[in-house]
Design a protein around this ligand. Structure first.
Ligand SMILES: Nc1ncnc2c1ncn2[C@@H]1O[C@H](COP(=O)(O)OP(=O)(O)O)[C@@H](O)[C@H]1O
Ligand SMILES: [Mg+2]
Length: 312
């Protein structure tokens, strides 16, 4: 008989469009931090093209992985690998096994359902780069959606595209149940006819002009993201997080919380020991403090404080 689930896990997903911005690193560190706080944590590598989360946990041998869910119909709870922290378990990815485009709709829906059924306090999901709709659907599963970027225009542009795509996908998802499928997209494509210029106008239009259920309206209003900046080389770059936040509201109409930043750390390269091909991530105390701040801000839905910035 299936065990009775004792808790409803809070799901955090980390995405952001561009590769190499630190999604996998951040997800692994947030998971470690929550586990140190004595929470039961499950971490899932959902980067189908570039699964590498296990390297951040010194899991050298590929055991059962997400591949077994998709190809052998193994329940997710059978795929948990142990880490050196008792209350942190990980479902590893396997980039030789499945391509993100080959996942069928029914498989994806089952995957999303099964993630929610896992027994933990927190479930953290690491995503691949790009705008694939399967990636976005996993991103949207979260209670807390986190995006991470480096302070470079190409990465920030990728982040906007990612958030915009996620928002449209969410709208279509909500409308589907009310036979309004593709309504948001149709209105957007013919926006001139509706006097709509940007996504804020679109959201207002949907909320006020369409006869949408109040729960849809509430879900639209509650759509919000957490922003993290990574690999900062100069304290002046800290403020870019606030600029991204303003642009999210101005152009996308999407409220966001600037949860924190991580400085660039030269020691990362030293962490990579090529002899056994396993990076050993003993992060500096500075990075630990930055992760703590980010994690606590996400938990409490709070933004970084100005005093933090002054002390940086
Ligand atoms: N703050 C940082 N300082 C220096 N290097 C970093 C930092 N954060 C991540 N890295 C390095 O950048 C690379 C990409 O990080 P990763 O988390 O794998 O990105 P993603 O999952 O977004 O593709 C890795 O080699 C990682 O060790
Ligand atoms: Mg990654």
């Amino acid at each position: 008989m299936k065990n009775v689930k004792s808790k409803v896990a809070e799901i955090w997903t980390v995405g952001g469009g561009k590769g190499g911005t630190g999604k996998t690193f951040l997800t692994s560190q947030l998971a470690k931090y929550l586990a140190l706080k004595k929470k039961q944590v499950i971490l899932i590598d959902s980067d189908f093209g570039g699964a590498n989360l296990r390297y951040f946990f010194n899991i050298k041998k590929q055991g059962k992985s997400i591949k077994d869910f998709f190809t052998n119909k193994e329940p997710l709870e059978n795929l948990l690998s142990h880490t050196d922290m008792r209350n942190l378990k990980i479902i590893t990815g396997d980039y030789n096994a499945i391509s993100i485009n080959s996942i069928k709709y029914s498989q994806k829906m089952k995957f999303l359902r099964h993630i929610k059924e896992l027994d933990a306090d927190y479930i953290l999901i690491d995503l691949g780069g790009g705008l694939n709709f399967n990636t976005i659907d996993v991103f949207l599963l979260a209670d807390k959606m986190i995006v991470i970027t480096v302070p470079e225009i190409t990465a920030i542009d990728n982040l906007f595209q990612f958030v915009k795509n996620a928002y449209f996908r969410k709208l279509n998802f909500l409308f589907k149940n009310y036979k309004l499928k593709d309504t948001a997209k149709d209105i957007w494509e013919h926006r001139k006819n509706y006097g709509i210029e940007n996504i804020i106008d679109l959201t207002d239009y949907i909320k006020t002009k369409l006869d949408v259920d109040s729960s849809i309206s509430r879900e639209i209003s509650e759509f919000s993201i957490f922003i993290v900046l990574n690999k900062l080389k100069n304290p002046n770059e800290i403020n870019q997080g606030f600029s991204i936040k303003s642009l999210c509201i101005k152009y996308l109409g999407i409220p966001s919380i600037y949860a924190g930043y991580i400085g660039f750390d030269e020691n990362f390269r030293k962490n990579l020991s090529l002899s056994d091909y396993i990076p050993k991530f003993n992060v500096s105390t500075r990075i630990q403090k930055e992760i703590l701040e980010i994690a606590e801000n996400i938990i409490n839905k709070e933004q970084i404080t100005i005093s933090t910035i002054k002390n940086a």
